[in-house]
Ligand binder design. Structure first.
Ligand SMILES: Cc1ncc(COP(=O)(O)O)c(C=O)c1O
Length: 412
């Protein structure tokens, strides 16, 4: 029999996030914009402050105590992220500035080394712009083409159609694991298998997955996986790209500069092995340390309990929002995280957020950097409430109450 997950101590988790403990417009903050960025626990804030307070120096090149400390902490952060995603080795982790940066790195270097005229890159209709535009730029440069896995009416990938889209010219399959607009948790292992069977490189956008689902790159079988620090309780401006060792070794450099070379002369330059090859310039040392602390924080929690808590929030929020007249809820997969994207008949989503803000409720409106998906849904924008581990059932009630009042106010 499966063991019953222990309940999360939400009060204790909330207590670790100082930003949650404040009033907005005289009301307790209800932060439901977690898909845009999560709040940070005290341990992450402390890790960043401590680094700047006692160990700040540049990494790798200094023969003095502080530089040695900074280098040790930075490389320990790499090892922590490797363990977080179950990579084989720390050298399979590249620090970047985020998922956008990681996907640009891949599109640019694979565009230069792997894609040729007539090749095809397979994406999905639910991608964030950061997993579309870099590929369009890369494909344009070499004369390659993009194919798109369709999304069903309930917001799932049509994997049957995907199988028909893969062919001998498919060189790259790049897919979001958890949709930031639909909440859908895609069967990412199936997508990676599809790529592997076609001899294509598989790339996973795990921006939203980081906070919600345990990550095991070996189990998924991906070639690359991109994580965003700020969406998993870490700092902004830091991300991590996992790449299988042999895949990374086969890639040319992305940016040129210090740190990424073996030797430089005007006759020519030779490049360092990964990961240094992809980390030109002074890295975001404090960010990497903060991100590693966030990974440690997440790893310390009971992942089954997180799943149970988030599934309960999703269920109660979904049932409640559907009671409100005129609500259209997008993304109805049974396998989803608590991201609710919706519109209310007769109300522009941009009018909703400011009213909710007056109730202390922070949500996001817009196209969520998924314009092709919005087109597929037949809308130009939507409101989105995204919940995470520190949100409570009481906050669902405040959100639903505020939404009901907003509807009354805006429809007159
Ligand atoms: C699914 C998805 N991919 C990529 C990104 C971009 O991530 P980053 O902010 O780390 O560049 C986001 C951010 O909203 C996202 O939700």
């Amino acid at each position: 029999m499966p063991s019953t997950p222990t309940a999360l101590d939400i009060a204790s988790i909330r207590g670790q996030f100082p930003a949650l403990d404040q009033q907005v417009h005289g009301k307790p903050l209800v932060y439901l914009d977690n898909a845009a960025t999560t709040q940070k626990p005290q341990c992450v804030i402390d890790a960043v402050v401590n680094f700047y307070t006692s160990s700040n120096a540049n990494v790798h090149r200094g023969l003095h105590e502080l530089s040695a400390r900074a280098t040790k902490a930075y490389e320990a952060a790499r090892a922590q992220i490797a363990s977080f995603v179950n990579a084989d080795a720390a050298a399979e982790i590249i620090f970047t500035s985020g998922v956008t940066d990681s996907l640009n790195l891949l599109a640019s270097t694979l565009g230069a080394s792997t894609l040729a005229e007539g090749d095809r890159v397979l994406l999905t209709h639910m991608e964030h712009h950061s997993n579309i535009v870099p590929w369009q730029m890369a494909c344009e440069r070499v004369g390659a083409h993009i194919d798109v896995i369709p999304v069903t009416d309930i917001g799932e990938l049509d994997l049957q159609a995907a199988a028909d889209l893969v062919g001998p010219q498919t060189k790259v399959v790049s897919c979001v694991w958890v949709s930031n607009a639909l909440g859908t948790v895609n069967d990412i292992a199936a997508v990676c298998r599809l790529a592997a069977n076609a001899g294509a490189i598989s790339i996973v956008d795990a921006a939203q997955a980081g906070a919600h689902v345990p990550i095991d790159v070996q189990e998924i079988g991906c070639d690359f996986l991109a994580l965003s620090g700020h969406k998993m309780y870490g700092p902004t401006g830091i991300g991590a790209l996992f790449g299988k060792r042999e895949r990374l070794e086969a890639l040319p450099p992305y940016k040129g500069g210090g740190e990424m070379i073996q030797s430089v002369s005007f006759a020519g330059t030779t490049y360092a092995a990964p990961p240094a090859r992809f980390e030109a310039g002074t890295p975001n040392i404090a960010g990497a340390i903060g991100m590693a602390e966030a990974a440690r924080f997440l790893a310390s929690l009971d992942r089954d309990a997180i799943h149970a808590h988030e599934a309960a929030l999703n269920q109660i929020a979904t049932e409640s929002i559907l009671q409100i007249e005129g609500v259209q809820l997008f993304g109805r997969s049974a396998n989803k995280v608590p991201i609710l994207t919706f519109n209310i008949d007769g109300i522009h989503p941009y009018d909703l957020a400011p009213v909710l803000d007056h109730y202390g409720v922070a949500i996001r409106t817009g196209h969520h950097c998924t314009q092709p998906l919005m087109d597929r849904l037949g809308i130009s924008a939507a409101a989105r409430a995204s919940f995470t581990i520190y949100n409570t059932r009481e906050e669902v009630d405040v959100f639903i109450h505020a939404l009901t009042r907003a509807r009354q106010l805006l429809l007159g």
